[in-house]
Write a protein that binds this ligand. Structure first.
Ligand SMILES: NC(=O)c1ccc[n+]([C@@H]2O[C@H](COP(=O)([O-])OP(=O)(O)OC[C@H]3O[C@@H](n4cnc5c(N)ncnc54)[C@H](OP(=O)(O)O)[C@@H]3O)[C@@H](O)[C@H]2O)c1
Length: 267
């Protein structure tokens, strides 16, 4: 029996499947991948994954069912697999943005355990920040899903009512940090570097800053203190940025994204 069915093998679904295999969570043959255009999965098939167009059959043969279609495609998928769901056997994991555990249960079975996961696009390189939440799942199933997504990055378990906030900070957050890297590289061009070099320097500097926090487990301000000598150039630049609203604009942007994400889902 396949252990995991990934219903909707697009960006997120395939990245997760590859992560699970590369981190030895399971073998490719333990994963059944579905999509409507099965011809687009020849590569995965040749790598040993099971592939299918039949969501129902895939669900029947799995223990964990990962729903990774777009939110607007989810209703149809839930209708297709509903009669195959066995709450005593199945654990359902949904990555569809904005669809609650209760919504998924309503379409499948009131008794099945449903866990939501919100990854970001860095899942493609095994560096996702994934938030996981459920309104009712057992702690053993939450641990299982945490382990699943730890194969493609870091995981934080949160309350389900914070999933919209997680979308803003982590999923949208990728764009915020990318734009700040782009802005730094443009500053670099203005002070004398060719665009290619400026971007490379900004990217590696950003990566180094993030890694300092991750590896030292330190607070940003304590790392900043190490670079800001009295009357120095770093504090001059940093304070100029703050006078122009650097921290404030990031905080306001994240708040607006969270508001917008919540409204979109209501619509
Ligand atoms: N991308 C992100 O940054 C991100 C972050 C967090 C959460 N999410 C969520 O993750 C989910 C997937 O996003 P994505 O970026 O991976 O989208 P995607 O690349 O468009 O993948 C969706 C896949 O679902 C397949 N599909 C559609 N209808 C299907 C059906 N009836 N049965 C089986 N497969 C079906 C599509 O293939 P066919 O057309 O061949 O069927 C496609 O490969 C979404 O709900 C999104 O909200 C995405």
């Amino acid at each position: 029996m396949s252990k995991i069915a990934i219903i909707g093998s697009g960006n997120i679904g395939l990245s997760l499947a590859r992560g699970l295999v590369s981190k030895n969570y399971c073998q490719p043959s333990d994963i059944i991948l579905t999509r409507r255009n099965i011809k687009n999965m020849e590569d995965e098939r040749s790598q040993g994954f099971q592939t299918s167009e039949d969501n129902n059959e895939a669900a029947k043969n799995a223990h964990i069912i990962v729903l990774a279609v777009l939110p607007q495609q989810l209703k149809k998928v839930l209708e297709q697999i509903a009669h195959s769901i066995d709450p005593s056997k199945h654990l359902v994991v949904s990555v569809a943005s904005g669809v609650s555990c209760a919504d998924v249960r309503k379409s499948l079975s009131e008794d099945v355990e449903v866990i939501r996961a919100m990854p970001n696009t860095a899942i493609a390189i095994g560096q996702s920040m994934t938030c996981v939440a459920s309104d009712h799942a057992s702690s053993s199933n939450l641990s299982e899903v945490t382990r699943l997504f730890e194969t493609v990055g870091s995981v934080v378990v949160i309350n389900e009512d914070l999933m919209t906030a997680a979308t803003a900070l982590c999923a949208c957050g990728i764009a915020f940090f990318l734009r700040s890297i782009r802005a730094a590289s443009q500053g670099g061009v203005e002070i004398g570097f060719h665009a290619h070099d400026a971007l490379k320097m900004a990217v590696q500097t950003a990566k180094g800053a993030a890694d300092l926090l991750l590896l030292h487990q330190s607070h940003p301000e304590s790392e900043i203190d190490k670079v800001t000598s009295p009357k120095g150039c770093t504090i001059a630049g940093l304070n100029e940025m703050e006078h122009n609203g650097f921290s404030s604009s990031l905080i306001k942007g994240i708040k607006l994204s969270a508001l917008k994400a919540g409204e979109l889902y209501k619509d």
